[in-house]
Ligand binder design. Sequence first.
Ligand code: GDP
Length: 135
Amino acid sequence: MEKTLCIIKPDAVKNSFVEEINKSIKSNGLEIINSKQIQLSKKIAEDFYSEHAERPFFSELVEFMTSDFSVVQILQGEDAISTYRKLMGATNPEEAEEGTLRARFAESLSKNAVHGSDSADSAIREIDIMSKIFD
Ligand code: GDP
């Protein structure tokens, strides 16, 4: 069994897509073992996305991710990381395959509805960063 970190981003929470997204997650064989609605702090968002710190969109990304409530979740299942990445679709919703979460629910490249860990190392790191919010 593998675990991965999922965030339903502020655009999707505001647009009331949480239930639909979680229905898709469960119907793809993944279990939601932790879930919390929370407005992320600047410190957590900057730490979480630190690999992008030098990118031109970093401040916009942090500002958006802290702008309103997100739903932070740990998913568990067989091949949870790749299963959930496949379900999410491409980063840019215009390139996301039909039926994926980003094709269905994302507004734009910045407001792209969901996050999911992209590797086993990222999953460990991201679950560790977020673990304090589940306490
Ligand atoms: P992900 O793993 O598919 O979420 O993609 P990345 O790790 O590459 O990027 C993290 C997040 O930064 C993405 O989900 C987007 O919301 C945002 N992002 C990535 N590239 C760009 C970009 O070129 N411009 C803007 N505005 N946002 C971006």
